[in-house]
Design a protein around this ligand. Structure first.
Ligand code: NAD
Length: 260
């Protein structure tokens, strides 16, 4: 329970990798603010389970990551109600698959807002509290797509490269305050986000579902296995340890060798 007394915000933690982060943080005793969309009863069940695991408070905040005022209010709430935030994990994300010439402008705007600009707003609001405490951990879920591209994912690839740049800049600005800022770049993890992109990849590339899974997703990863959400969460947990205090400004891969 090395995170007892610490408070973490995890954006987009109602499913997938975000939920795994929240569970891992709670298992180490952290108070957690969960966020994202989904069925209200299921979210309340997860929230209560986090409290039972951590023995500390867990809150659900419905802030929409496209709304800067709601993001700032969520960070302020983590301060007022839980004394944080000590740790922020920028994780909310969506994907859109489309050829560049057909890429809908509203989809470009939404992908950039949720995957990139929301991280800017979370960090902007959280850093003053972290500087006051002289301790903080800023972690952002980037992607292998922050290092290499795939066709038909212009907005997602641009947003994830942006996360890597934002992370480096924030690391330089906070380095003398006991704060680290890092990006974690997973390869493919089987989550609702990946499953949802399969039909569009089938139509843009003229492939079957099996071909998309085996020849596009798993083909990218030399291990030929999906990364698991729990593996990504364990990686984030390590970055919260004192032993990781000198890791900052990094964009760390957990991708089965994809970007090698
Ligand atoms: P997911 O769909 O399971 O989770 C996405 C989360 O974001 C959900 O909780 C959803 O409610 C939330 N969200 C979406 N729009 C939101 C908004 N406007 N406001 C607040 N919350 C919102 O997907 P995931 O695969 O777990 O993705 C989590 C992160 O990991 C994303 O940033 C994604 O780009 C990244 N990532 C995923 C993979 C993968 O293969 N699954 C690989 C690399 C990076």
């Amino acid at each position: 329970m090395f995170l007892k007394g610490k408070t973490a915000i995890v954006t987009g933690s109602t499913s997938g990798i975000g939920l795994a982060y929240a569970k891992a943080l709670a298992a180490e005793g952290a108070s957690v603010v969960i966020n994202g969309f989904g069925d209200a009863d299921a979210i309340e069940k997860e929230r209560a389970a986090l409290e039972a695991t951590s023995g500390a408070k867990a809150l659900y905040d419905a802030a929409d990551m496209t709304k800067p005022d709601q993001i700032a209010a969520m960070v302020q709430r983590a301060h007022d109600e839980l004394g944080g935030p000590d740790i922020v994990i920028n994780n909310a994300g969506i994907q859109h698959v489309s050829k560049i010439e057909d890429f809908p402008i509203d989809k470009w705007d939404a992908v950039i807002a949720i995957n990139l600009t929301s991280a800017f707003h979370v960090i902007r609001a959280a850093v003053p509290f972290m500087k006051e405490k002289k301790w903080g951990r800023i972690i952002s879920t980037a992607s292998a797509h922050s290092k290499v591209a795939s066709p038909n994912k212009a907005a997602y690839v641009a947003a994830k490269h942006g996360i890597a740049g934002l992370t480096k800049t924030v690391a330089l600005e906070t380095a003398t305050y006991g704060i680290t800022a890092n990006a974690i770049s997973p390869g493919y993890v089987w989550t609702p986000l990946v499953e949802a992109q399969i039909p569009d990849t089938m139509s843009t590339r003229g492939l079957t579902r099996e071909q998309v899974i085996n020849d596009v997703l798993l083909e990218a990863q030399p291990t030929k296995e999906f990364v698991t959400a729990e593996q990504v969460a364990a990686f984030a947990l390590f970055l919260c340890r004192d032993e990781a205090a000198q890791i900052t400004g990094a964009n760390l891969s957990i991708d089965g060798g994809w970007t090698a």
